[in-house]
Design a protein around this ligand. Structure first.
Ligand SMILES: Cc1cc2nc3c(=O)[nH]c(=O)nc-3n(C[C@H](O)[C@H](O)[C@H](O)COP(=O)(O)OP(=O)(O)OC[C@H]3O[C@@H](n4cnc5c(N)ncnc54)[C@H](O)[C@@H]3O)c2cc1C
Length: 384
């Protein structure tokens, strides 16, 4: 068993850190407080090969591993927390699901602009009555000629204001096997966006409304029966979510460490108080434990998709660790940490959201328990 990064990974890590320090250190605070998607950062990353890291070279990507993408998220987040979202949307999330299952014609049509950082793809999965119980989704796809009519609606779609392309989970028929997904372009007749709403982390989302919106057969990503594949693809999203939680927690930790080495109260540096030292000791333990779990999930995925069990464990732990790290760092930094000028309060707000997004803390634990007992536990009420 080897716990160190390879030389190649270290070189990659240093190079990403260098790019982030040169181009993103300045303006990190402004970016964090800007709800708009930073397309300038996306283009910069595309120029440096940081978009489509895990996508095969034959598709226009860089043929790297999930671990490479995780390293990239971490190194960017440690300099500019908001820019880590761009590594996420350029490598994980719906882009990765698209890369996994799109036809050559779909890739031909959309990949170039997505991988150039000029456009983004958003995910329409959650519905007002289907959150954690995602298989309850009711947005329907009914056959019409050589395509489908889409009716229904979605909520909480991140990047919905900027995305040109939407990967939308739909129901072709009853039951889990009736679920699949379609690709719908902004501007499609019958597809409208609701008024933007704001999350606690400052990002905005819109509801998506489909009123007989037409999608041709060529726009189907996964037909009926595609749900399990989609969720397998979603494990990559969860790895990115976990990586950002850990990295933002570590960002906050570093700011608090610097603060504790400089700030004096009662004639002593904060780091000289045992009550403060123990906070840092606990935080250090969390960082190391979270990183090992995250790297295990990423490395074991090699070039494929990560295991559901290892991803759930990594996500549950990293989400909690990231949140705790931000919370404790804010405490160590007192009023300075709580202030909107510190970026630590931003990291705190972001990490809070990841305990809900992409499968909540509780849903991750449900999945982990299934692995422990090696059986499925239905969350539905028992049948009479
Ligand atoms: C920052 C952020 C970004 C997001 N981005 C997107 C996006 O891009 N696209 C998209 O489609 N969605 C997105 N979402 C939505 C997200 O996927 C849902 O919020 C999430 O799945 C939870 O659904 P819900 O909010 O309806 O909560 P609910 O499902 O109503 O759950 C409420 C609470 O009950 C708990 N709970 C529910 N069922 C169980 C159970 N069986 N056992 C134990 N506890 C349970 C949950 O863990 C939660 O704490 C985003 C959410 C956030 C916060």
């Amino acid at each position: 068993m080897e716990f160190d990064l390879t030389q190649e990974q270290r070189i990659f890590q240093d190079s990403v850190r260098g790019i982030a320090e040169r181009h993103l250190a300045e303006g990190a605070l402004e970016r964090a407080h800007d709800a708009r998607y930073p397309f300038d950062v996306a283009k910069l990353f595309a120029e440096h090969g940081l978009i489509g890291v895990t996508i095969p070279e034959s598709d226009g990507g860089h043929g790297g591993t999930l671990m490479d993408a995780v390293l990239a998220i971490e190194q960017v987040a440690l300099v500019c927390p908001r820019s880590a979202d761009v590594i996420q949307s350029g490598n994980f999330g719906p882009l990765r699901t698209f890369a996994e299952y799109a036809t050559s014609a779909q890739k031909e049509k959309y990949f170039a602009k997505l991988l150039a950082g000029e456009e983004i793809i958003a995910l329409g999965m959650t519905e007002p009555d289907a959150g954690s119980a995602v298989t309850d989704l009711s947005t329907s796809a009914r056959p019409d000629g050589t395509g489908f009519r889409i009716n229904g609606g979605k909520v909480f779609t991140s990047n919905s204001q900027e995305a040109n392309l939407f990967l939308v989970y739909v129901r072709f028929g009853p039951g889990v096997d009736g679920i699949g997904s379609v690709l719908i372009e902004r501007g499609t007749e019958g597809f409208t966006l609701g008024k933007p709403a704001k999350y606690m982390n400052g990002e905005e989302w819109c509801s998506l409304h489909f009123d007989n919106a037409y999608v041709a057969d060529e726009g189907v990503l996964l037909g009926p029966g595609g749900f399990r594949q989609q969720i397998a693809g979603f494990n990559a999203e969860r790895t990115g979510n976990a990586a950002r939680s850990l990295a933002l927690g570590e960002f906050a930790f570093e700011r608090a460490r610097e603060h504790a080495l400089l700030r004096e109260q009662f004639g002593r540096l904060l780091c000289e108080f045992q009550g403060i030292q123990w906070k840092f000791a606990d935080m250090r333990i969390k960082i190391d434990a979270a990183r090992l779990l995250l790297y295990r999930a990423a490395v074991n995925a090699d070039k494929g998709l990560p295991s559901a069990q290892e991803t759930s464990i990594a996500k549950a732990f990293c989400n909690q660790a990231g949140f705790d790290l931000c919370n404790e760092s804010m405490q160590v930094m007192g009023g300075t940490g709580y202030s909107a000028e510190s970026l630590v309060e931003y990291c705190f707000r972001k990490c809070r959201g990841w305990q809900i997004a992409g499968g909540s803390n509780e849903m991750m634990r449900n999945r982990i328990a299934e692995g422990v007992f090696d059986r499925r536990f239905s969350q539905r009420p028992p049948r009479p």
